[in-house]
Design a protein around this ligand. Structure first.
Ligand code: PMV
Length: 396
C-alpha cells in the first residue's frame, strides 16, 4: 500500500462539434477542458475510509472492519466488468441508502464504494483512507463532472493499491501514467460512470483520462495526435435542460422530415471532419487563417443545431453578445440551454476578452476563460497546485 499523500486531477470536457449528430452515427469531437477536478488521497491507520465531496455536500465515513465483514463477493470478478443492477442494489444496502435513492449525492457515493470495494478488495485488508474531491466544474451542466470524478477516484485507488505505479517524479510539477496504466484507469472510470449514468457512451471518461481531443463515432474512441491548446470562453446560460428530451426531439424531427434533417446531420459530420483536419494542421504551425476557419465552422454548426431545434433564446443571446465583440460561439452538448463555447483567437487583446466576459456576466450567465485540449488525468506535487486548490483540499 502507498504510504504518502497522493494528489491527482482530471479535466472536464466540452463537445466541439458533432453533438446530436453523434447519436445518429456521425463523428463528434470532444475536448478536455482546463477546468479540473482534484483529489487528495491520504492513507492512514484509523480503521476508517472517509469520503469528502464539498461541492455537493457529501461527507461519509465507513468502518473498514465493518465493510470487510460485508459480503462483497458479488464484486469479485477480477477485472473491470460492467456493474449489474443487482450489484448497484447491493451497494445501496452497504451504503445504507434507501432503494429508490438515486440523487447525485447518493450516486457519487455509490460509484466511490463500487470502485473502492472492487479495486481495494483485492488487498489482504481494505485500506484506511481519507479521500477529498474538489472540483472547478459545475455539476449537471454537461461538462463531464461525474466522469472527471470517476477518473480521479479510479486513478487514486489503483495507485494507492499499487495496481499501477505512482508516476510522480521528484521536482516535477505534474506527471502522467503510461498508456497501459491509463487504459486501466479509463476502464475502471467507465464502470464508475455506469454506476452513475446507467449506460453512458464512455466518451466523457475517455476525454478525462487521455486529455486533448477525442474523436468519437459509433462507440469507437480515438485520440488526436498533438492537438493544439485553444483558448475559449465557456458560458453557462444556467437554463436547465434534459439531454434525453432533446435527443428525442431531434429523432422525431428526423423521422418527420428525413429529407431535410439527414443532410443537416451529414453537414455536421463534415464540419467535425474539417475541424479535425484544421486541428491537425495547427499542430504543425498554427496561423490566424486556421482560427478564421474554426470560427466559420462554429457559425455553421450553430445554425445547423438551431435548425435541428436544440437552440434556445438565451443561446442566441450568447452568440449575439459575443458577435458584437467580433467573437464566434456555438452551443455545446445537448443545447436547449446549458453551455456555449466562444473561440478566443490569439490576436485578441485582453481588454476585449474582459469586455466580452463582462457583457456575458451582465446577461446573468456564468463565464469562464479557459483552454481546451488540456492534459488528462495527472498526478501533482503539492507545491505545484494553485493556492485556491490547495486550500480547497485542506491544510496543504
Ligand atoms: O450535454 P451533454 O454532455 O449531456 O451532451 C449530450 C450530447 C448529445 O450528443 C446531445 C447526446 C449524446 O449522447 O451524445
Amino acid at each position: 500500500m502507498l504510504s504518502e499523500v497522493l494528489l491527482v486531477s482530471a479535466p472536464g470536457k466540452v463537445i466541439l462539434h458533432g453533438e446530436h449528430a453523434v447519436v445518429h452515427g456521425k463523428v463528434a469531437l470532444a475536448v478536455a477542458l482546463n477546468l479540473r477536478t482534484f483529489l487528495r488521497l491520504q492513507p492512514h491507520s484509523s480503521g476508517k475510509v472517509c469520503l469528502n465531496l464539498p461541492n455537493i455536500g457529501v461527507k461519509r465515513a465507513w468502518d473498514v472492519a465493518r465493510l470487510q465483514l460485508q459480503d462483497t463477493s458479488f464484486l469479485e470478478q477480477g477485472d473491470a466488468t460492467a456493474p449489474t443492477a443487482e450489484q448497484v442494489e447491493r451497494l445501496k444496502e452497504v451504503a445504507g441508502f434507501p432503494e429508490d435513492g438515486a440523487n447525485p449525492e447518493h450516486l457519487a457515493v455509490l460509484a466511490f464504494l463500487y470502485l473502492y470495494l472492487s479495486i481495494c478488495g483485492k488487498q489482504r485488508a481494505l485500506p484506511s483512507l481519507d479521500i477529498m474531491v474538489w472540483s472547478q466544474l459545475p455539476t449537471g451542466a454537461g461538462l463531464g463532472s461525474s466522469a472527471a470524478y470517476c477518473v480521479c477516484v479510479a486513478a487514486a485507488l489503483l495507485t494507492a493499491c499499487e495496481e499501477i505505479p505512482n508516476p510522480q517524479k521528484d521536482g516535477v510539477s505534474a506527471s502522467r501514467w503510461t498508456v497501459e496504466d491509463l487504459e486501466l484507469i479509463n476502464k475502471w472510470a467507465f464502470q464508475g460512470e455506469r454506476v452513475i449514468h446507467g449506460n453512458p457512451s464512455g466518451v466523457d471518461n475517455a476525454v478525462s483520462t487521455w486529455g486533448g481531443v477525442i474523436r468519437f463515432q459509433q462507440g469507437k474512441i480515438s485520440s488526436l495526435k498533438r492537438p493544439p491548446a485553444l483558448k475559449i470562453l465557456l458560458t453557462n446560460t444556467k437554463v436547465p435542460r434534459s439531454t434525453k428530451a432533446l435527443v428525442a426531439s431531434v429523432r422525431s424531427r428526423l423521422l418527420k422530415f428525413p429529407e431535410i434533417v439527414t443532410p443537416l446531420l451529414a453537414s455536421i459530420n463534415a464540419i467535425s471532419l474539417e475541424c479535425e483536419r484544421m486541428l491537425g494542421e495547427m499542430a504543425a504551425s498554427p496561423a490566424l487563417e486556421h482560427y478564421l476557419v474554426l470560427e466559420e465552422l462554429i457559425d455553421m454548426n450553430q445554425h445547423h443545431l438551431n435548425a435541428l431545434g436544440v437552440g434556445h433564446a438565451l443561446l442566441d443571446q450568447l452568440c449575439q453578445v459575443t458577435m458584437a465583440h467580433g467573437l464566434h460561439s456555438k452551443l455545446t452538448g445537448a443545447g436547449g440551454g446549458g453551455c456555449g463555447i466562444t473561440l478566443l483567437r490569439p490576436d485578441l487583446e485582453q481588454p476585449e476578452v474582459e469586455a466580452t466576459k463582462q457583457a456575458l456576466t451582465d446577461c446573468g450567465f456564468d463565464c469562464w476563460e479557459t483552454s481546451i485540449g488540456a492534459p488528462g488525468i495527472s498526478v501533482h506535487s503539492a507545491a505545484s497546485l494553485d493556492a485556491p486548490v490547495r486550500q480547497a483540499l485542506v491544510g496543504l
